[in-house]
Design a protein around this ligand. Structure first.
Ligand SMILES: [Zn+2]
Length: 284
């Protein structure tokens, strides 16, 4: 066979493989969704992630399928000598997938997610500070998590584990000041799907951009005012630092304290309910 024919044949095979890849991915994900959920994973989620047991059965089943897809698809990388176990993958994936339980499309839970980096504790980063007057300074900062554009999430594993138990469950406040670093960073991932994080993720079909922007602007300004005045707030005052942080912390509050958020910030709750297409206040 002449070299030209060999190249032409190889090109055809490659084009065929590329054309079939989405079909193959759909078939593979369908299989992963239908695969029985390992009983050890179910036990782990019941013990370590109270929200899992509170989910309505159809959502619980969907979450299980999504966890199987994410664990199979996304590399979890241990940093600073941390050796990543299946328990770690499952607990992070289960929390992350809650945000996208009702995402339309049925593809992978986070199509742009390329890897999750896990640290054995809070980690230090070089951060840039934009000071008044336009002066930029560099400094070291301790972080529990980070979300990078182009699909990378970085987490302190002990904090991801602690966050899984945070919130109000069955009327019991497990830790009122608690955070969920996984929800925080994966909210940033959703925001970053449309470019750099700015607190304006792509909304659901039919959701009004104008209403979203008006509600978020008002609530963000209220939080800034209360944070400046040192007043206690249900929403983490860290959200007053930037619109993207506001979106991430209200996502945490939406799943951690849904009933309180609904009572105290009904318009904000309504926007998040529409965006996630979920009603966590009804799961308690
Ligand atoms: Zn953040």
């Amino acid at each position: 066979m002449s070299p030209e024919l060999v190249f032409a044949a190889l090109g055809l095979v490659l084009a065929g493989a590329l054309a079939l890849y989405p079909t193959w991915q759909r078939w593979r994900h369908g299989r992963l969704h239908r695969r029985p959920f390992p009983s050890a994973w179910r036990k782990l989620l019941r013990q370590r992630f109270p929200l899992y047991s509170q989910l309505p059965p159809p959502l619980q089943q969907r979450l299980q399928g999504m966890v199987q897809v994410m664990v199979a698809d996304v590399p979890f990388v241990g940093c600073q000598g941390l050796s990543v176990t299946d328990d770690m993958r499952v607990l992070v994936a289960a929390q992350a997938c809650v945000l996208v339980l009702e995402r339309p499309g049925g593809g992978p839970p986070y199509p742009g997610l390329r890897q999750v980096l896990l640290y054995p504790g809070p980690f230090v980063v070089q951060a840039e500070h934009h000071n008044p007057g336009g002066v930029i300074s560099q400094g070291r900062e301790v972080r529990l998590g980070e979300s990078w554009q182009h699909g990378q999430v970085v987490l302190s594993w002990p904090d991801a584990l602690a966050g899984a138990k945070a919130g109000v469950w069955g009327g019991m406040v497990l830790d009122p000041s608690a955070h969920n670093v996984v929800w925080h960073e994966f909210a940033h991932q959703l925001d970053q799907e449309t470019g750099p994080a700015n607190g304006a993720p792509a909304l659901r079909p039919g959701q009004s951009q104008r209403t979203w922007a008006a509600v978020f602007k008002r609530e963000y300004e209220d939080l800034r005012w209360l944070a400046d005045a040192g007043q206690p707030t249900l929403i983490d005052p860290y959200g007053a630092s930037a619109p993207e942080e506001f979106f991430a912390v209200v996502t945490e509050a939406f799943f951690l304290h849904p009933t309180s958020l609904l009572d105290q910030h009904p318009a904000l709750y309504g926007q998040l309910q529409h965006f996630y297409n979920l009603s966590p206040h009804a799961w308690r």
